[in-house]
Design a protein around this ligand. Structure first.
Ligand code: TYD
Ligand code: MG
Length: 455
């Protein structure tokens, strides 16, 4: 029987039963082409190495679950985000805005990985000379590191066949193109096709592949977003370009948790790991100033101290301005309303700005009380003591609710030399305060406010 032909759009990837001049899904002209007939060597990525014919279903009890093979990247912060090192034969996508440090990170880990593994670094963005200069700056001179300045996917796969690397780094997916596909590099069709080829390489030959993908400010048209479902891990590299702090987080991880973050600082000689982010996030904190409050949030398994700043000032606009940065906007507005109604502040005519320092994004109710107190402190123009930390979720009636993993947070707070801590009222005898840390309990936001800002 003759197979039915299928057409698809090279721009958006949608399939159609017949050809037409314009894609009805994305509106692109002349982008519909016939799908090439199914070729034996273009098996789907899940089907395993070439030459392995039809797979049979197996009993769950017979599935081999020996630990996947992992190796260190030499960067503890990256290993942590990956879930304890890179998994051999996995495909990891590293996304982030241009200039954030993706190439720097991946070139830097080559030094350690190169001690035991052969690496091929394919760059479509820089010349070999440029890459060498960058490597010099990062003190990378591994004899196991091969570099290739190439963008044609077939040539890259050919090179992989020749040198058979253990690790392949592709920088960046937007510059690669497959000659079989007519559309321009960086288009959705190309990006997907090249990623699929890299996935086959990873699953078929066990090569560990790191792919760099740029995210543009508008939200990534052909960026990492369209690839997330195809790869094993998606790591995003974030942080303000003007600040030196960089945060790496996993939004997808088939081999580990997605809660962990890795913190780095961009220095002259590359990225430096920050194993103790609290110190860095609190450095430069203004002393004895209204509108700043410290709290402790859990970033995966790690407690991190964070500073929340607020500015409340009477407005010059018809409608007061409200913004929040690093803190959920709706949550911030809810807390402002609670502060107005239950805290007795009249915020109807004030602008309110909330900001979390250091590029951190707080997504945890335990930080509610700190946001509330920072706003109240700014409104009243009374500073919160420098050595005080607060913890607590705030409910709609202004009550304080307990937070999870209190012991862990308390020990991090004590370790950084803070002298007092406000927590929600506990059932008796639950917490053993470390020496030197005074624990104050409050039942609602009014009590918390009167503890530090007076009546
Ligand atoms: P890069 O890794 O090229 O970013 P990406 O690949 O994500 O686009 O990083 C570029 C920025 O980092 C650039 O602004 C210069 C800076 N940088 C340093 O500050 N120190 C260094 O050692 C290196 C290599 C780069
Ligand atoms: Mg780069």
């Amino acid at each position: 029987m003759k197979e039915k032909s299928v057409f698809y759009c090279t721009e958006c990837g949608n399939e159609f039963p017949k050809w037409s001049g314009r894609c009805t899904a994305c509106g692109a002209w002349n982008s519909i082409v016939e799908k090439p007939a199914f070729k034996e060597d273009r098996r789907s990525a899940v089907q395993g190495p070439r030459g392995v014919s039809l797979k049979k279903p197996v009993l769950l009890s017979e599935v081999d679950i020996t630990e996947e093979l992992r190796f260190d990247t030499g960067m503890g912060e990256l290993d942590r985000v990956l879930g304890g090192g890179a998994v051999a034969g996995s495909l990891v996508l590293v996304g982030g805005a241009p200039g954030i440090g993706k190439s720097t990170l991946l070139l830097q880990i080559c030094q350690h990985i190169g001690e035991e593994r052969r690496i091929l670094y394919v760059t479509g963005e820089e010349s070999e000379r440029q890459l060498k200069m960058r490597a010099g700056r990062l003190s990378v001179d591994s004899p196991n590191l091969l570099i290739l300045s190439e963008t044609n996917m077939s040539d890259i796969l050919e090179a992989v066949d020749q040198v058979s690397p253990d690790v392949l780094i592709a920088d960046s997916i937007q510059t690669l193109y497959s000659p079989e596909n007519q559309s321009a590099p960086g288009s959705v069709g190309q990006v997907k096709e090249c990623t699929m080829a890299l996935m086959q390489l990873a699953k078929g030959s066990g090569v560990t592949v790191f792919v760099i993908g740029h995210v543009n400010k508008e939200g990534a048209i052909a960026g990492p977003k369209v690839l997330e479902h195809m790869v094993d891990c998606v790591l995003y590299f974030e942080g303000d370009e003007s600040l030196s702090c960089r945060i790496l987080r996993a939004t997808k991880n088939r081999f580990g948790s997605t809660n962990e973050i890795g913190v780095f600082e961009m220095a002259d000689h590359g990225l430096v790991e920050i194993p103790n982010p609290s110190e860095m996030l609190l450095s430069g904190r203004p002393k004895n100033t209204p509108g700043t409050c410290v709290t402790c949030v859990m970033e995966g398994s790690r407690p991190v101290l964070a500073e929340i700043q607020a500015l409340l000032a009477s407005t010059n606009y018809n409608v007061p301005r409200r913004t929040s940065n690093g803190f959920d906007y709706n949550r911030a507005m809810l807390l402002l309303a609670v502060l107005d109604k239950r805290g007795g502040l009249k915020t109807g005519g004030t602008d309110a700005y909330l900001n979390v320092i250091g590029g951190l994004y707080i997504n945890e109710p335990a930080a509610d009380l700190a946001a509330i107190l920072a706003m109240a402190s700014s409104y009243r123009d009374i500073p919160i003591p420098d050595d005080l930390v607060v913890l607590g979720e705030v409910g709609l009636t202004g009550e304080l609710r307990s937070v999870a993993q209190l012991e862990q947070r308390v020990s991090e707070i004590a370790r950084h030399g803070f002298k007092s801590l406000i927590i929600p009222k506990q059932r008796r005898g639950k917490l053993n305060p470390p020496e030197g840390l005074r624990i104050l309990e409050a039942g609602n936001i009014r009590e918390a406010m009167s503890l530090i800002l007076g009546a």
